[in-house]
Design a protein around this ligand. Structure first.
Ligand SMILES: *Cc1c(COP(=O)(O)O)cnc(C)c1O
Length: 450
């Protein structure tokens, strides 16, 4: 019998996160204060983040211990299985070996609780009563809601209004985990009231929701703010994915030639690839590929410069590949990949040639997702479908070249709460958007000149 899954025991969960900042040839440039353009210090951040996370944000220690309490909760779904996609390989008649790490195995169906759990833990330990955050379609909100309920810390979620109304299932999940969910813009914050005054029917946006959550945290001493991607400490927590995958591939007697992840803010890509990038920095021959939507082509078409993390320009300026903070990407189904920029760590590594990037259109990625579902069973999240498309393309290229390559991709989440997207695809109603060059140019022209 051939093995399909490589599983580790609970005792083999990594005990430390890997910090790539210890090994990078060039560290990202520091975040700058949005008004003064001077580097931000710990004091600027302590109003909304606990000190442990601020320390992790700037740490250059190679390994950081995972607290016992976090490991305990990780055992609810970790280690996640590593699958060999034998049926997909057969359908493609490729000599390549395709492996995928299944992060959809978590209770919320994605990789996001790998960081929401430690973030809730550190906030609880710092004496916080409540955490405020934003969510688009609800993936991050539900991950934080679950973590909050496990540690007994309240969670307030500002959810983009159009999603709040049109995508009720993750909202119901958040409420089941005891979170309070507000449609954003709300009349609970100055930022929300200002938007509502100008446009009472505003559908909201992630940028507005971020502004509301930050204001909530900054104006309540018992409340902090929490972010589900982009920041260094988030990518650090996600490295459990790659660390486990490395052990599992070792058991299979393999090592990847190519590591692939979809890239919205960069957290699951960083998580799966950083432990392998450590080897690449030390001379190992392997490729890491970030996959993004053609309609929001951050790495492939953006500019590497300082930009805000949110639409309103309240956050520190980060050095990122960006399309401009007020660029509004078309409403594709992979909502998690619509961020205007990417994690500073991913951007620096891309800039230094250690990561490659690719972009695909919506119909192409759904075609790949359906082929995957028909051969491997799992219906992937639309975000994940980008990584699957790239893995299939690499496997077909290996066939053309007659090479037996080993491909690893991260299956960042399942798509069972995104079935409306599949309904549109199956009905032939999906639209492909052109690369919005003019809109990106316009958004980039408004960036601060630093
Ligand atoms: C949020 C999300 C993403 C995108 O976020 P990253 O920070 O780039 O990982 C990708 N896949 C799934 C399933 C998600 O929920």
């Amino acid at each position: 019998m051939q093995e399909t899954k490589i599983v580790l025991s609970d005792r083999e969960i990594p005990k430390r996160w890997y910090n790539i900042m210890a090994d990078m040839p060039n560290l990202p440039k520091p975040p700058l204060h949005p008004a003064t353009h001077k580097p931000v210090g710990p004091d600027d951040l302590s109003a909304i983040f606990p000190m442990t996370l601020i320390e992790q944000e700037v740490s250059t220690e190679q390994w950081i211990d995972i607290p016992e309490e976090v490991l305990d909760i990780y055992t609810l779904w970790r280690p996640t299985p590593l699958y060999r996609a034998r049926r997909l390989e057969a359908a493609l008649s490729t000599p390549a070996k395709i492996y995928y790490k299944y992060e959809g195995a978590s209770p919320v169906g994605s990789h996001k609780p790998n960081t929401s759990v430690p973030q809730a833990y550190y906030n609880k330990k710092a004496g916080m009563k409540r955490i405020a955050t934003e969510t688009g379609a609800g993936q991050w909100g539900s991950a934080l809601a679950m973590a909050g309920s496990l540690f007994g810390i309240e969670v307030t979620v500002y959810m983009v209004k159009v999603s709040y109304e049109q995508k009720p299932y993750r909202r119901i999940a958040m409420e089941t985990w005891n979170a309070t969910v507000h449609p954003s813009p709300s009349n609970l914050t100055n930022a929300g009231r200002k938007i509502l005054e100008a446009d009472p029917e505003s559908p909201g946006s992630l940028g507005i929701a971020i502004s509301e959550a930050i204001e909530d945290a900054a104006t309540h001493s018992d409340t902090n703010y929490s972010l589900g991607s982009v920041l260094n400490h988030v990518l650090l927590h996600q490295t459990v994915i790659g660390l486990e995958a490395k052990k599992q591939l070792e058991i299979a007697g393999d090592y990847p030639d190519i590591v692939i992840g979809c890239c919205g803010g960069g957290s699951n890509l960083g998580g799966v690839s950083f432990p392998f990038l450590q080897d690449k920095i030390n001379g190992k021959d392997l490729r890491v590929v970030a996959v993004e939507p053609a309609s929001c082509p951050t790495l492939t078409k953006g500019e590497f410069r300082y930009d805000f993390g949110d639409t309103a320009g309240l956050t520190p300026l980060l050095m990122m590949y960006t399309l401009g903070h007020d660029f509004v990407p078309p409403g594709i189904h992979a909502g998690g990949l619509r961020y205007h920029a990417d994690a500073p760590l991913v951007c620096q590594l891309y800039h230094d040639g250690l990561i490659e990037a690719k972009a695909y259109t919506q119909t192409a990625i759904f075609q790949a997702a359906v082929q995957f579902a028909k051969t491997e069973g799992i219906i992937p999240a639309p975000e994940t479908a980008h990584a699957i498309k790239a893995a299939i393309d690499e496997a077909l290229l290996a066939k053309e070249e007659g090479k037996e390559k080993t491909i690893l991709f991260n299956l960042s989440g399942h798509g069972y709460l995104d079935l409306a997207a599949y309904a549109d695809y199956l009905a032939g109603k999906l639209q492909d958007y052109e690369y919005p060059e003019e809109k990106i140019k316009e958004a980039l022209s408004k960036l601060p000149a630093i």
